[in-house]
Design a protein. Structure first.
Length: 318
């Protein structure tokens, strides 16, 4: 026997007293304004920190190893190298990077979202300008160390940006747009473009730098996967005597539904309910804490979800 609970939808024009994950509030509009201010400040700090770290990494590791980061930044570095080697012109990184990001930014504003694109512009402009302003401070010239540790720092910088719900720009905008437009995974196109850039660099300047750049990009990708887990899911199994309170907690924190199974505990031979729900990875700790507040006796089992098919609520990134 089981029941299904679906998220309750409220009239957004009503101002009511309610209990949410942030606690009891007297008026939703006042609380929303306060949370928006704090959220915007947090996003700005994360984006600025990511931009500074990204620029420092470009001038310490990337330049020291003559490596190519992924995306538009890698294309910008390649253009710099071509202008320097074949034309004797020292092209500023910001000029190439900002020019190449112009069209992706327009795509972002028109098709993805104004707020996320605005924060991404802060990341793009600030990191581009700082890359030209910060003096070169090579830490090591060992290509393998540069590839590994430069990739680590690059991954941390991008993760900070993603945690601020922004993008490092460039190919990310194009990939997101194509994913929405074609209803398919468009990140393979990004990988193909990066492969073309690396192949071009290898043919022009030597394959050793191109191969070390692959190590750099691979390390960076693994760090991002480890630190930024928003789009992963976890399954919750909650054994409780108060399934409605547990479900209400899950719904108010995440807007996800749940299924309740009725069973019997084998130890005390008493009736028990089990609430089953799937939530995003970044919501797990908050949900577990709130469930324990709603039912201190609840038994919670969390399992990582590798594959899922069906309706799953995703908050709009903006």
């Amino acid at each position: 026997m089981f029941e299904m609970y679906l998220p309750v939808r409220y009239n957004k024009n009503r101002v009511i007293n309610a209990v949410s994950c942030s606690g009891r509030i007297g008026g939703i509009r006042m609380k929303t304004t306060q949370l928006n201010w704090k959220d915007d400040a947090k996003r700005i700090l994360l984006v600025v920190a990511g931009a500074v770290l990204y620029a420092c990494n470009m001038k310490s590791f990337v330049r020291a190893g003559d490596l190519l980061p992924g995306g538009i930044s890698g294309i910008s570095v390649l253009i710099q190298q071509v202008f320097s080697a074949f034309f004797g012109i020292d092209l500023p990184f910001s000029a190439a990077n900002l020019l190449l990001n112009a069209i992706p930014i327009l795509i972002g504003f028109k098709f993805i979202g104004r707020k996320i694109t605005t924060y991404s512009c802060v990341m793009i402009v600030l990191s581009s300008l700082l890359t030209d302003v910060i003096p070169v401070q090579p830490i090591t010239y060992d290509s393998l160390l540069v590839g590994v540790f430069g990739g680590l720092l690059n991954g941390v910088a991008i993760s900070l940006c993603l945690m601020g719900r922004a993008s490092s720009g460039g190919l990310d905008f194009i990939a997101i747009y194509l994913s929405q437009k074609l209803n398919t995974d468009a990140w393979n196109y990004t990988l193909a473009i990066n492969a073309i850039v690396l192949a071009t660099a290898g043919a022009l300047f030597g394959w050793d730098k191109a191969l070390y750049s692959i190590i750099f990009q691979f390390t960076s990708t693994q760090v991002v996967k480890m630190l930024y887990q928003k789009h992963r899911q976890h399954t919750l199994f909650v054994v409780t005597n108060d399934p409605k309170s547990v479900y209400t907690t899950i719904s108010s924190c995440t807007n996800h539904g749940a299924t309740v199974f009725e069973g019997k505990g084998s130890y005390q031979n008493e009736e028990r309910s089990m609430v089953y729900s799937v939530v995003s990875s970044d919501e797990v700790k908050l949900v577990m804490r709130r469930i324990k507040e709603a039912d201190p006796q609840a038994f919670i089992n969390v399992i990582r979800t590798d594959h899922m098919n069906g309706r799953f609520f995703q908050r709009k990134e903006d």
